[in-house]
Design a protein. Structure first.
Length: 121
C-alpha cells in the first residue's frame, strides 16, 4: 500500500494568478504561476484552477491560518486582529469574530480576494 507524503489543495477560481498571489502573501509562500508553494517544502502546494462559474455558496472546505496557536483570551483575539489588519490591504475581507465559547477558542472568519472563506485560528 502506497504512503501519501504530500497533498495539494486545489481552488476553483476566476483569476488564478491573482488568487495565487494573495495566498502566497498570506502564507509566505512563493507564487509559481497559478500556484503557491511553501519554500520550505513542509506545507501543501496550493493550486488555483480557472472555472467559468462564480462562487455561489459557502465553501465545503476552508483553510485555517494558524496565527493564535497557544494563545488564549484577549491575547489570542489581539493576534487574530493584528493578522486581520495585515490581510485586509492584500484584498481580504473580514466576516466575523467568533469569540471563545468554553469549547473552542476564538477565531476570525475572513474571505480571500474571490470570496472564499478562511479562518484566522
Amino acid at each position: 500500500m502506497a504512503t501519501v507524503r504530500q497533498i495539494q489543495v486545489t481552488f476553483d477560481c476566476a483569476e488564478p494568478e491573482r488568487v495565487a498571489q494573495f495566498w502566497s502573501e498570506v502564507l509566505g509562500y512563493e507564487q509559481q504561476g497559478a500556484s503557491a508553494v511553501d519554500p520550505s517544502g513542509a506545507g501543501p502546494r496550493l493550486y488555483f484552477q480557472p472555472v467559468p462559474e462564480g462562487k455561489v455558496v459557502k465553501n465545503r472546505v476552508h483553510l485555517d491560518v494558524r496565527v493564535g496557536t497557544g494563545l488564549v483570551g484577549e491575547e489570542r483575539v489581539a493576534a487574530l486582529e493584528a493578522e486581520c489588519a495585515r490581510l485586509i490591504p492584500l484584498g481580504a475581507a473580514r466576516v466575523e469574530l467568533l469569540r471563545a465559547d468554553g469549547v473552542n477558542e476564538s477565531c476570525l472568519v475572513m474571505q480571500d480576494v474571490e470570496g472564499n472563506e478562511f479562518c484566522l485560528d
